[in-house]
Design a protein around this ligand. Structure first.
Ligand SMILES: Nc1ncnc2c1ncn2[C@@H]1O[C@H](COP(=O)(O)OP(=O)(O)O)[C@@H](O)[C@H]1O
Ligand SMILES: [Mg+2]
Length: 592
């Protein structure tokens, strides 16, 4: 209903999650510990454990069960056992398995505190570095070799259309619509990557972004720059005559001429001595922002090219706005092929987890240490399915923002720390970024308040608690404030020991507290509002006419001016009690 409820929820969640952290130290593979987990009252924990035991019944087996447990180091491991022979790691070929078995090296699952104990193969710093940079590229979206979970259809369609552009010289225009972090860019990047492997040097990609190129002129310059650069680098065309001209009109004209007349776009395909035209693929991120440009000239021209030019030109628009197509002007729209691909955010937790996991796994082993990769994939799988701190981050992300990118950002830190001594990411490190990212907002703002501000905030929260209302106003709070200061001074002047905890703070309590004037306090009140600890309740009139009104009137708020404007408080008294240090004199006000 109001900010207060949300925030208090956040604080509660924080507490819960702290409890959640407790079982982390527990070895999740032994049965007795499993019982501890299940018996825990925390819903989240039981959710996680039940999920885990459902998915991985094998992992829950007690030691001594039929199949040898692989992650117990002192247990003898017989690699020729049929069950184990059948086991292979994803992406591992037959020959790799054979090689592994021949070498007689034991594959022991990680997840043991000291990696040196189970690490029977040696890895070099170089191999670690290679693997790190590979995974890091996946995580930071620089490399598109990872699998895209559940987006095969979309990816195939984009690939097919662009392939037709490159191979068959057809122009196309596509609009890719989907929420943020749903994999739109990844789909396009992956298609382009496969295409550049299949059709090397037969197309040029020009990437624009609505946030970077905020008008058509900037976009044109950027197109010219990218064309210049790629032609020079990729095709060795000596561009003494660059696209980028002094005048924008000239630039535009050159680009159009060249694209249209197909003059320079000839790749030297030496073997066949045939001249192929080079296709141009425009990738336009934040597509809808280009529709704000004056008369949509750029889009008009690009779509026009895609339909009419002799050079194959395709335009791929990427946007989050479902209405992007309707935002096109009529003449622009008529040149658009009307092909729209929608990408939906996957909705189940398992799918979300798979997507996140996919980005940390290695699918192409090309030049890496194969055993390391196999172990890596196994360890990542284990982390995602059994490590409680990882599951916690996944849960929180899924039930709040559902943003893979945020999760992947968390992974950067643990990835950056892998080394020969500890070649796998640590689950504990995963949370570090997360905690930095979402510091306890209330805690840090309350910590930063001055004494008087805290005092007023506590008084406001007191009133809310005392009167059982949702809203208060400044007049009431100031009254409460003076009353509280009076009470404090009275109790200290008595210097009696009525307050049981008073003894310790006696020296401090002796000082008299000054009750500041209403005007002085008003300034602090406004600061609280600026920091959103005090929130304007918009529907004042509703309350003023409701059943509450009578109660308020009796409390002496007749004038409806600034001081009697009703506000709500973003934090409740109990939470303040936790946040305010016990050394402060305000602490005593946090109990009624
Ligand atoms: N279905 C998916 N499977 C695996 N990874 C995904 C999937 N969807 C998104 N991602 C990952 O999420 C990150 C963000 O995706 P991105 O394509 O940049 O989103 P968008 O462009 O839609 O905002 C990328 O690192 C990508 O690899
Ligand atoms: Mg994107």
């Amino acid at each position: 209903m109001n900010g207060r409820a949300d925030k208090s929820l956040a604080v509660k969640f924080e507490c819960d999650s702290d409890e959640l952290m407790k079982p982390v130290s527990v070895d999740t593979t032994s049965e007795s510990d499993e019982e501890t987990l299940v018996s825990s009252k925390d819903i989240l924990v039981s959710q996680i454990t039940s999920r885990r035991s459902k998915r991985f019944p094998g992992r829950m087996e007690v030691a001594g069960s039929k199949k040898p447990r692989r992650n117990i180091p002192d247990e003898p491991l017989n690699t020729s056992e049929p069950e184990l022979e059948a086991e292979r790691f994803e992406g591992e070929s037959e020959t790799e398995i054979n090689a592994r078995e021949k070498s007689g090296e034991t594959m022991v699952s990680p997840g043991i505190s000291d990696p040196a104990k189970w690490l029977k193969f040696s890895i070099t710093q170089e191999e670690v570095d290679k693997l790190r940079s590979k995974v890091m590229a996946q995580v930071t979206n620089r490399n598109s070799s990872g699998l895209l979970y559940g987006l095969d259809k979309e990816q195939h369609e984009v690939y097919r259309l662009l392939e037709r552009t490159i191979r068959d010289n057809e122009g196309h225009s596509i609009l890719l619509i989907g929420p943020r972090a749903s994999g739109k860019t990844a789909v396009v990047a992956k298609s382009l990557r496969s295409l550049s492997l299949k059709y090397p040097k037969q197309f040029i990609t020009v990437k624009l972004n609505g946030y970077h190129q905020s008008n058509d002129n900037m976009a044109l310059r950027e197109i010219a720059r990218q064309l210049d650069e790629q032609l020079k680098l990729g095709f060795g065309i000596d561009a003494t005559d660059t696209f980028e001209k002094r005048g924008l009109n000239d630039t535009f004209q050159t680009i159009l001429d060249i694209l249209d007349n197909n003059k320079q776009f000839v790749a030297s395909d030496n073997e066949e001595k045939t001249l192929r035209t080079v296709a141009v693929v425009f990738i336009i991120e934040e597509f809808e922002r280009f529709t704000y440009h004056n008369r949509q000239t750029l889009l008009y021209n690009l779509f026009d090219l895609s339909q009419n030019s002799t050079t194959a030109v395709s335009v791929v628009g990427i946007t989050t706005k479902i209405t992007a197509r309707e935002m096109l002007e009529k003449r622009v729209k008529s040149r658009f092929s009307q092909r729209v691909i929608q990408i939906a955010n996957l909705s189940t937790l398992d799918e979300f987890v798979s997507k996140c996991q996919e980005n940390l796994m290695i699918r192409e082993v090309s030049d890496l240490n194969q055993q390391y990769v196999a172990l890596w994939n196994e360890e990542i799988t284990r982390m995602f399915q059994t490590e409680i701190s990882v599951r916690k981050i996944l849960f929180q992300n899924f039930y709040t923002v559902k943003n893979i990118k945020e999760f992947l950002n968390c992974a950067v830190y643990p990835l950056s720390r892998i080394s020969v001594a500890s070649p796998f990411p640590k689950a504990g490190d995963l949370g570090k970024y997360f905690h930095l990212l979402t510091p306890n907002y209330l805690q840090s703002t309350v910590d930063g308040l001055s004494e008087l501000e805290t005092c007023l905030l506590v008084c406001a929260a007191r009133l809310i608690e005392k009167l059982g209302l949702d809203i208060v106003n400044y007049n009431l709070v100031y009254e409460e404030y003076t009353a509280q200061i009076k009470r404090l001074n009275a109790s200290t002047s008595l210097s009696s020991t009525t307050n049981s905890s008073g003894n310790m703070n006696a020296g401090m309590m002796l000082q008299n507290h000054k009750a500041w004037s209403k005007d002085a306090c008003k300034y602090c009140w406004e600061r609280l509002q600026a920091q959103k600890l005090i929130i304007d309740s918009v529907s004042t009139s509703v309350f003023a006419s409701g059943p509450v009104a009578g109660k308020l009137a009796s409390l002496g708020s007749a004038r409806l001016n600034e001081d009697s404007r009703m506000v709500s408080v973003a934090i409740n008294l109990e939470e303040l009690g936790h946040l305010i240090p016990s050394s402060s004199f305000i602490k005593s006000m946090t109990t009624l």
